[in-house]
Structure formats: C-alpha cells, structure tokens
Ligand binder design. Structure first.
Ligand code: GDP
Ligand code: MG
Length: 185
C-alpha cells in the first residue's frame, strides 16, 4: 500500500508525562508495519517547532475500508519542560493520552494534558484515547483498569492498555483512534 494512495491524512499526537513510554509505543507501531515504514523528519509547509518534535508516519486501513496516512507527532522530551507550543497542536485531530500503569503521578496528570489540548485546539473537535501503557508490568502496577476506565469515561473517551515490550494492543490503539476520527468526520 502506497501512502500516496491514502484517501485521508490524520495528524495524531502522543501526549503524557516523560518516561511513560510514548516514543517506544510510537516506534513499535511504526516499525511493525513492513513495507510502509517511513521515518520522517518531514519538512513542514508552515513553520513548526523543529526542536524536540519528531514525526513518523504510517498508512493503515480503516475498518470502514479506506486507507489513511497517520502523521504521528512525538514531543521528544519537550513534555518534561511543559513547553509544548501552540503550533505543536495545530491541525492535530487525534491524541493518545498516555500514562504508565506503574506511575501514579503520570495518571494524575492526564486531566492536565487533556486540558492543555482543549485550551489550544482549533475549531475542530479533537478525538482522544486514554492509554495505560507498560501493561506487561502487572506486579508493580498502581493504577487499576477500573479507575482508568472511570477517568476515561468522565473525559468522554475510550481507554485501552498497551505494552510496547510485549507488543500488546499497539496496533489496536492506533487503529481505534483512527477509526474514531473517521467516524467523527
Ligand atoms: P517517553 O519519555 O514517554 O517517550 O518514554 P520512552 O519511550 O522513552 O520510554 C521510557 C522508558 O520506559 C524506557 O526505559 C523504555 O524502555 C520503557 N518502556 C517503554 N515502553 C515500555 C513497555 O511497554 N513496557 C516496559 N516494561 N517498559 C517500557
Ligand atoms: Mg519520548
């Protein structure tokens, strides 16, 4: 499948505290697509922050049939300083809000990340998915699936657990987000 043949292009961002596993999740997703791997530092048509932002892309087929090119944005360390600029969020249609199931603080910060997107988004509604990452670390987890479900539903989004280490639900998380974006178009 050639990315150029995609009917849609969705810009998606991964947000959450430092070290929750955003970059690992993203790399696992992009690298698990044989033949469609495109690692981009991609020149942007408009000025964008060039420091601390990384782009990846992958084509995927929506449940409804058409192909979409996901343009994936990673904060690449900027999240540590909370200095993500407005231009990072520009034209972002979907966000994976990622926390680490073994890191309570990263879960407690999810409403802040959500609020930051809500405050910076344009006129179009952003689609969110809450992701509890590092699900392979069951013995040290300190956020239950139930409380994560409750937070997700209070914020109006779905919840899913992933592991980049075990490659668990990685494709499913991105596919679910893409399908939800397409349904909301
Ligand atoms: P980021 O700062 O959110 O981009 O997080 P990174 O992707 O850099 O990962 C932070 C740390 O968590 C690294 O040591 C990763 O190896 C580790 N990590 C990432 N994903 C997983 C996972 O699914 N399971 C486990 N056990 N560790 C992970
Ligand atoms: Mg990172």
């Amino acid at each position: 499948m050639e990315a150029g043949g995609c009917r849609y292009q969705f810009r998606v961002a991964l947000l959450g505290d430092s070290a929750v596993g955003k970059t690992s999740l993203l790399r696992r997703y992009v690298e698990s697509a044989p033949g469609t791997l495109e690692r981009e530092p991609e020149p942007e048509p408009e000025p964008a922050p060039t420091v601390g932002v990384e782009f990846y892309s992958r084509a995927l087929q929506l449940r409804a049939g058409p192909w979409v090119k996901l343009q994936l944005w990673d904060t690449a360390g900027l999240e540590r300083f909370r200095c993500i600029t407005r231009s990072f969020y520009r034209n972002v249609v979907g966000v994976l809000l990622v926390f680490d199931v073994t890191n309570r603080k990263s879960f407690e910060h999810i409403p802040d990340w959500h609020q930051e997107v809500m405050a910076t988004q344009g006129p179009n509604k952003t689609i969110f998915l809450l992701v509890g990452h590092k699900s392979d670390l069951q013995s040290t987890r300190c956020v239950s699936a139930q409380e994560a479900e409750e937070l997700a539903s209070s914020l109006g989004m779905a919840f899913m657990e992933t592991s980049a280490k075990n490659n668990c639900n990685v494709d499913l998380a991105f596919n679910t987000l893409a399908d939800t974006i397409q349904q909301a178009l």
